[in-house]
Write a protein that binds this ligand. Structure first.
Ligand code: DOR
Ligand code: ZN
Length: 444
């Protein structure tokens, strides 16, 4: 039996449409006013909005499919349940699992593990100085991740000759390069200086992972992308100057450059870390108020193309360690949409912006087939939202294995009510339905 959604307001990146949606099998079969159909389950959603199911193109679901890795922090089932509750219907996983996804064989192991996922899934492969053949022979992956500075795991490329070879390989394979932009040499220097001063517990990570490390890496990557003409995506942009560097590069005519920021850089500042310690530690770190403002401005004028969560769960007990031992990263996939809907209420962003930034734009960048828009013939990935609903974010409602949220206690106006993936309800009003999803298909 299909589903008939009646009386909703559909959101596309170009505007709102009042129409019904007929879902048959896993597809949007028809969009029109007043659809009549007796043999479908009817959802009357008068007064509610329907967004395209969100595509989170940057998650760390931790589960490599090979035992004794980081799956104690998250796995495909728990990560995808949190996604479903947050209106996310597709998630693309980063390769810094244990072991890291650097070969075709490891990618296939992860692919097997991801069959547990209740949201659609895809993967990146990490570049190493040696894995060119693996990048060429692996099938159906979203892009090539490069860590220019170290973070969780031990993936790292610092030498610019190797970087250029990777960018060139990506160009030849027509795959985007996704960079973690922090300059390793500077990061090491700042950490050494802080440790020599005996700094046990930096109040702000931004004092040891300074903005200049991010800027230097972005500049290098932009230069190499210009030279090799590869598609370059800059992950988790956090500073005002980074926005400016990207704005300039785009103005200079770089067509294949894109960038994202993440909810924590939009809704938190370094003060959060001062109060909450390592629960506010992530890479790159939280910055200052003027950076937050510049990021919102960058989203508005199109300098920043995408919002993704960088959902990076770590257990509470790991976060309670001393600064230098605690892992970096915060969970965020269940809370991104509530936060963005709250921002709609505060007139910082529109529903159409959300449809563009977290669905249409990632689908375009990664050439994801059948996703990212509410349109006849597309896969029926939808999220129904209530802009009037007000409630707090609560740790105990988090479905991620780590069971905490940096936004806990925040009062939010605007919540997802129902999430549909491939034509099936996977989340409704607090209840998750474990329906297996599908692997995303990335075009060439
Ligand atoms: O804070 C972060 N956490 N930044 C990263 O680059 C990686 C991520 C993780 O995997 O924990
Ligand atoms: Zn990440």
């Amino acid at each position: 039996m299909g589903i008939l959604i009646k009386n909703g307001t559909l959101i596309t990146e170009n505007g709102k449409i009042n129409a019904d949606i007929l879902i048959e099998e896993n597809k949007i079969a028809k969009i029109s006013e007043n659809i009549q159909n007796d043999n479908h389950q009817v959802l009357d959603v008068l007064g509610k909005y329907i967004l395209p199911g969100l595509i989170d193109m940057h998650v760390h679901f931790r589960d490599s499919g090979i035992p004794d890795g980081f799956e104690y922090k998250e796995d495909w089932l728990t990560g995808s349940k949190a996604a479903a509750a947050g209106g996310v219907t597709s998630a693309i996983d980063m390769p810094n699992t244990k072991p890291p996804t650097t070969t075709k064989e490891r990618l296939d192991r992860k692919r097997e593990a991801a069959k547990k996922s209740i949201v659609n899934y895809g993967f990146y492969i990490a570049a190493t100085p040696e894995n060119y053949n693996e990048l060429a022979s692996a099938k159906n992956y979203a892009g090539i991740k490069v860590f220019m500075g170290s973070s969780t795991g031990n993936l790292l490329i610092t030498d610019s000759h190797t970087l250029e070879k990777i960018f060139q390989t990506a160009k030849n394979l027509n795959k985007p390069v996704l960079i973690h932009a922090e300059d390793e040499e500077l990061l090491n220097q700042f950490a050494k200086e802080a440790k020599e001063k005996g700094t046990q517990n930096p109040k702000h990570s931004t004092d040891v992972r300074k903005p200049i490390a991010e800027h230097k890496a972005i500049e290098n990557a932009i230069e190499l992308a210009k030279k090799t003409k590869c598609i370059l995506h800059i992950l988790h942009v956090s500073t005002k100057e980074s926005v400016e560097l990207i704005r300039k590069a785009k103005k200079s005519g770089m067509k294949q450059l894109s960038a994202e920021t993440c909810p924590h850089y939009l809704f938190l500042t370094e003060d959060f870390q001062q109060k909450q310690g390592n629960f506010g530690k992530m890479n790159p770190p939280l910055r200052q108020k003027e950076d937050v403002e510049a990021l919102w401005a960058g989203l508005k004028d199109g300098t920043l193309d995408i919002i993704s969560t960088d959902h990076a769960p770590h257990l509470k007990e790991e976060k309670e360690k001393l600064y230098w031992e605690a892992p970096s990263g915060v969970p965020g996939i269940q809370t991104m949409l509530p936060l963005l809907l709250h921002a709609v209420d505060e007139n910082k962003i529109s529903l159409e912006d959300i449809a563009r930034l977290v669905a249409a734009a990632p689908a375009r960048l990664l050439k994801i087939k059948g996703k990212g828009e509410i349109k006849e013939g597309m896969d029926a990935d939808l999220v129904l939202v209530d802009l009037e609903r007000e409630r707090e974010i609560l740790d105990e409602e988090m479905l991620s294995k780590c069971k905490w949220s940096p936004y806990s206690g925040m009062k939010i106006k605007g919540w997802p009510l129902t999430t549909i993936a491939n034509g099936k309800v996977i989340y409704d009003n607090g209840k998750v339905y474990e329906v297996p999803a599908k692997e995303l298909v990335f075009g060439d």
